[in-house]
Design a protein around this ligand. Structure first.
Ligand code: FES
Length: 117
């Protein structure tokens, strides 16, 4: 199968109205994280091979900023500036998951529970 991109990263930059009580990834840094990844892609000559897309809500707002990297489907939550270089090196250039950031079923279950309170 011919792949359009070697890696396709979706970084949540969803923004809710300021009066909203729900968190959003724009508020907790998603936009800056995306720009940092875009800059790393460009700096490494990967434009056209790796795509860093803005994403709407990835339904993990309580643990944002959130992102997902395909084709490996690595879901990363609570991503910080300090994680970006490692994410790029390990999961964009490489195919390695960063266990400390990787979301699991328990994370999504906790998000669901928090919303139902
Ligand atoms: S606002 Fe980013 S996951 Fe919902």
């Amino acid at each position: 199968m011919n792949k359009r991109y070697q890696k396709h990263v979706f970084v949540c930059v969803n923004e809710r109205p300021t009066e909203s009580e729900r968190n959003d990834c724009a508020r907790c840094g998603g936009k800056d994280l995306r720009i940092k990844l875009v800059n790393l892609v460009n700096k490494n000559g990967l434009r056209g091979k790796v795509r860093i897309n803005k994403s709407g809500c990835l339904d993990a707002c309580e643990k944002g900023p959130a992102m997902v990297i395909y084709p490996n489907e690595f879901w990363y939550l609570n991503v910080k500036d300090a994680n970006i270089e490692e994410i790029f090196t390990e999961s964009v250039l490489g195919d390695n998951a960063i266990e400390s950031l990787l979301a699991n079923e328990d994370d999504f279950q906790k998000i669901k529970e928090r919303r139902s309170q």
